[in-house]
Write a protein that binds this ligand. Structure first.
Ligand SMILES: Cc1cc2nc3c(=O)[nH]c(=O)nc-3n(C[C@H](O)[C@H](O)[C@H](O)COP(=O)(O)OP(=O)(O)OC[C@H]3O[C@@H](n4cnc5c(N)ncnc54)[C@H](O)[C@@H]3O)c2cc1C
Length: 359
């Protein structure tokens, strides 16, 4: 093992949460090391690439913004289509992540790729990272766990794994350009939904489902692809294949443990119904970077404040979604799951979702 490195902040995972934490901590003057197991920042892309309008400032750099979205079409099991306003942006997600990482780098954060956290001794604040075949020992004052839905940091701390749903997505040619996202709600996607998000001349076509009811996502995705190709909306080619886990169980019981601050998917901030988590990752990542800086400048309440702020901002919406999932769980793989009324209660585009979900 090589010599021991000492840093103020070690960030594990350089998706939007980790890159944002590294950026803000470095900007505050801390020594920051970010480690990412992938070879390239931002890749492989595991995302449908939609961000809500308030995140627009993060899409200004060249190459990030791909197209504007104005509305959402939610297709119910009967085939009825509900149209709603849903403004946002389609982005190049790899470029989005890299833009944030470049800001971190510009402020002096050191970012390692092909660097995987392998062990963690949180009591003594020492982590081991395998970088390009070599083991490196890192001493830190604060650790930001931004290592995604399956969070190896949480596992190393003996914390419960988060509940997740699985997804599968193809990027396909888009034959008729459009400015809306399409959502399909039915028992074909139990515990999830299907989507078509337009991105200029291509689109991200995906499905998500809960393994308890469906563990083969290939078939429903291929079926939907076939239908849309037959209808002349998309081409038959599959230009890119991806997928991944989305946390759906709500926020972790504790967001800060042993000077380890959880952010983004690792904290369980992703919306359990829509699966949207980019905005929450950036916001919590930046907030984690601030908390690290405040703590290391002597603010003993910094981590408590982080926990409180993040819960204030996300918990109401996330808890409502967790509850809706729980209610829908009783319907999947029964005839009732294909009733429009049941699906309306489980999807954010309908008033029923907000009216009937006690929080
Ligand atoms: C198919 C799919 C579609 C989605 N579509 C959307 C969408 O359209 N809009 C939206 O808002 N959200 C979407 N999401 C959710 C969104 O992608 C996540 O919420 C977001 O990526 C969370 O960011 P993060 O930084 O917390 O985690 P991640 O982006 O998962 O980053 C975590 C990083 O940690 C790294 N890592 C893990 N373990 C280690 C280790 N041991 N050592 C070093 N590095 C490690 C990983 O390689 C990864 O790069 C989608 C998710 C999926 C799976």
């Amino acid at each position: 093992m090589d010599d021991v490195r000492s840093v103020d902040v070690l960030v594990v995972g350089l998706g939007p949460a980790g890159a944002s934490a590294a950026h803000i901590a470095a900007r505050a003057g801390l020594s920051v090391l970010g480690v990412e197991r992938n070879r390239l920042l931002g890749e492989p892309v595991q995302c449908a690439e939609f961000i809500p309008m308030p995140m627009g400032a993060y899409a200004r750099t060249g190459g990030v913004l791909m197209q504007r979205i104005s509305g959402m079409k939610s297709v119910l099991p009967s085939g009825r289509v509900h149209e709603s306003g849903f403004p946002g942006l389609m982005i190049d997600r790899a470029e989005f992540d890299r833009t944030i990482a470049r800001e971190a780098d510009r402020h002096g954060a050191e970012l390692w790729t092909r660097a995987r956290l392998t062990t963690l001794d949180a009591e003594n604040r020492v982590a081991t990272v395998r970088r390009a075949g070599e083991m490196r020992c890192i001493r830190y004052e604060v650790l930001v766990a931004a290592d995604g839905p399956l969070s190896p940091v949480a596992a190393a701390l003996g914390m419960e794994p988060l509940d997740v749903v699985q997804t599968r997505q193809y990027t396909v040619p888009l034959l008729r350009p459009c400015g809306d996202t399409d959502i399909w709600l039915s028992d074909d996607y139990p515990g999830g939904y299907a989507w078509l998000f337009p991105k200029g001349s291509v689109a991200n076509l995906g499905v998500g489902a809960d393994r308890r009811w469906e563990d083969n996502l290939k078939q429903p995705l291929a079926r939907l692809h076939r239908q849309l190709a037959d209808a002349g909306r998309v081409g038959e080619a599959v230009l890119y294949r991806t997928g991944g886990a989305i946390p759906v169980g709500g926020l972790r019981g504790r967001l800060v443990v042993n000077r380890t601050v959880f952010a983004g998917d690792a904290a369980g901030l992703t919306h359990p119904i829509t699966g949207a988590g980019i905005a929450a990752a950036v916001i919590s990542g930046e907030r984690a970077g601030q908390a690290a800086a405040a703590y290391l400048s002597g603010d003993a309440d910094a981590f408590g404040d982080y926990e409180e702020d993040v819960r204030d901002q996300f918990e109401t919406a996330v808890n409502r979604a967790v509850r809706r999932r729980r209610e829908l769980a009783g319907y999947w793989r029964t005839a009732a799951a294909n009733e429009d009324g049941v699906q309306r209660k489980g999807w954010i585009a309908f008033d029923d979702y907000f009216e009937s979900a006690a929080v």
